[in-house]
Design a protein around this ligand. Sequence first.
Ligand SMILES: NC(=O)c1ccc[n+]([C@@H]2O[C@H](COP(=O)([O-])OP(=O)(O)OC[C@H]3O[C@@H](n4cnc5c(N)ncnc54)[C@H](O)[C@@H]3O)[C@@H](O)[C@H]2O)c1
Ligand SMILES: [Fe+2]
Length: 429
Amino acid sequence: MKKQNRLSKLVSTDGLQHAGYLAVAKTRAKVLKAFSYVIPIRRPMLFVGETSCDELCDMLINEGSTNVFIVTDAVLNKLGIPAKVTDYLDKKDISYHVYDGVTPDPTFKVVEEGLRQSLDAKCDSIVAIGGGSVIDAAKMIAMSQGNKCKPQQLIGILKARKPATPLYCIPTTAGTGSEATLGAVVSDDDTHQKALSIDPRMVPLAAAIDPIIMKGMPAHITADTGIDVLTHALEAWMSVNASVETDYYAASAIKSVMHYLPIVYEDGGDLKAREAMGIAAHYGGIAFNKAGLGYVHAIAHQLGAYYRIPHGRANAIVLPYVLDVNRHASKKRLAALAKKIGMVQEGQAAGSDSEIADHLIAQVRDLIKTLHTDPAVQDMQTSDFDKIAKAAAKEVSETYAVPTYLSGSEIKEILTKIKQASDTSADKS
Ligand SMILES: NC(=O)c1ccc[n+]([C@@H]2O[C@H](COP(=O)([O-])OP(=O)(O)OC[C@H]3O[C@@H](n4cnc5c(N)ncnc54)[C@H](O)[C@@H]3O)[C@@H](O)[C@H]2O)c1
Ligand SMILES: [Fe+2]
């Protein structure tokens, strides 16, 4: 608590470059790096392909589960997506209870209701079937059930003492990579501010990436969630805490997104592209699990909390501006990335790092354009900018290891540009 107050004082929006703020932020980044090397992060068993859901069910049965708690949302339940799992469990004579009360950006109430139902039904394992919202809610239910505690008690780093109730995840979006990560995001019921729980015990036992399950995802959700993958991987790549391991996963994810996202946006039924995007999302999750994220997420989380912009879309709106401000500090890294993923041709590779980094940033902007991402942030108020900048700066200093730290006015400049683009798009429509 004392530490938080100290940081809040340092993070006055006009004094973000206060030497104390930078010192605290950089020390935290080093601690996070040490943490990621000292604490082993388990990887889930990964099943991929059209029979992957059956294989995941076989695994949980093999592990001794007899009564499964299925966490999903009402949209997916109405579309019949959980049936792929429930039909198989019926065939195997395994009981289950379906909770479809998860809402986008789940709140504590959503998690508490799921926990209550899982305990009432005496379920011994949990299967999440959904996007990041469902998976995060399921992670919090599993951790609360396993630790016999309230979800609020798990907010922070390493708050659990016992393992989670066995958790299995079937992502229905190719976005968050939450099925691979050690974190879950829960929103406050009233303010919608996001709180983070981080613990390696949260990593599921297994995940299934099934392209059939993602086939019906509407194009705009495909686009938004796909840019979330790209943002995870780019922020992990630019992180000061990046390593050979995180670079491998980040670069693979970025290469896949740049190639497959436009394809799957045009033709959602392309199963090869769906599967590739599912794996890219998973790889993005592995990369940022260790290397962390950055200002795109820190600002996007605020746009979600203040203006209810979906997570992936908020990233798509913020990403180009943060790439622009990182360009100087990250030009070498961005140029190396462009070469690694074959984004530059033989002749272009002779260009300067700045030129190659600019080329990569332009490609990212083109991709976002191709996906017709709506840049509008409804009701964006300049009077909110101070609070947004302060919260974003606090998230960065507490959680990420960024290549360049921004002052309050630099963050507000980004917000002003977003508002201008939003107003322009409103005028056009
Ligand atoms: N834990 C982590 O590591 C992590 C990382 C990034 C983001 N997140 C969190 O994940 C959440 C966002 O998750 P998301 O982007 O996957 O979106 P989401 O889970 O909120 O889903 C968005 C919408 O898409 C619908 N949908 C999902 N799959 C579909 C399908 N196959 N067909 C049709 N409709 C489908 C859902 O019903 C929902 O209405 C945010 O709360 C964010 O904070 C978590
Ligand atoms: Fe994200």
